[in-house]
Design a protein around this ligand. Sequence first.
Ligand code: AHG
Ligand code: MN
Ligand code: MN
Ligand code: MN
Length: 336
Amino acid sequence: MRQVTVTEHLLLHQTQTPDASGKFTALFYDLILAAKTISKTMNKAGLLDILGATGEINVQGEQVQKLDAYANRVLIHRMERTGVLCAIASEENADFIRIPEQLQKGEYILIFDPLDGSSNVDVNVNVGTIFSILRRKSPSNNDVTLGDILQSGVEQVAAGYFLYGPSTMLVYSTGDGVHGFTLDPSVGEFLLSHPDLRIPEQGKVYSVNEGYYKYWDDATREAVEYFKGDENPLGKPYSARYIGSLVADFHRGLLNGGIYMYPADCRNPGKAKGKLRYLCEASPLAYLAEQAGGAATEGTTRILELQPEELHERVPLFIGSKNDVEAVATIYKKHR
Ligand code: AHG
Ligand code: MN
Ligand code: MN
Ligand code: MN
């Protein structure tokens, strides 16, 4: 296959920002450099003192893994200096970060989950970095505000993820389809390996943590039973796959079809809207899902149409093959 680099592909496929190709390319260049740094460390994490927890609890109420903190530091340091951002928001930081006075700023906002699936990192299971790119709404000469960050998913100009697995991949969209790149470590370049990814309309796999069954409401139980029974287009139960890293479970669905679900938990007030964060997990992946012909809802409403009110707002997530997400919506509509 002819080698196509990310930079070349970006210049060919930019629809959202035709006027700012240089800025966008600079942003992706630094994001890729940060991801390559994280990937290199990840590949030998067992030999470094970088596994396990830091002992801190983050704003999410989660045990911070050393690699969460490491990936977060690498991304913030690199992206503060990319010259085209006015703000950064991370799953690991309680507040958003304004680009320091002495560094060059721009119009874009970068939101990321620096390490998704970090509970898996000590057992060497796929993890990833999820990112979302917005353009500021307030005038450039004003201070960037939280309102600039709290935007609906439809406002995204790009989104994607890095997947640290048997190979390191970059999957992204700038509004012109979804494209996958694989890192060739021998040359240090991400090269096009999965052009124009499309999610199969009908899946054969469902992905949910069934350990929480007793915390689900009737609609959620009925939705999960739909995939475990015969009353579905397959006429038989779907296969169950749950890696525990959203980015890996999503990637499987992007390529092979199926549905990933993280429902609301009707017993635990802290998870009344599920566990996943809107801005750095649900919104970017919903953008990719729709760009690849799939769907993403919180049960009945499109994820991309929701308006976040808080930086770390959580949202239930049903994402993947169009038919499967629509089947869940039909069940939820019956109960609402
Ligand atoms: P993160 O590691 O960024 O906090 O995200 C973890 C998320 C997601 O990656 C995964 O699908 C889900 O949490 C697993 O949650 P449960 O362990 O509750 O199933
Ligand atoms: Mn976390
Ligand atoms: Mn995550
Ligand atoms: Mn994370």
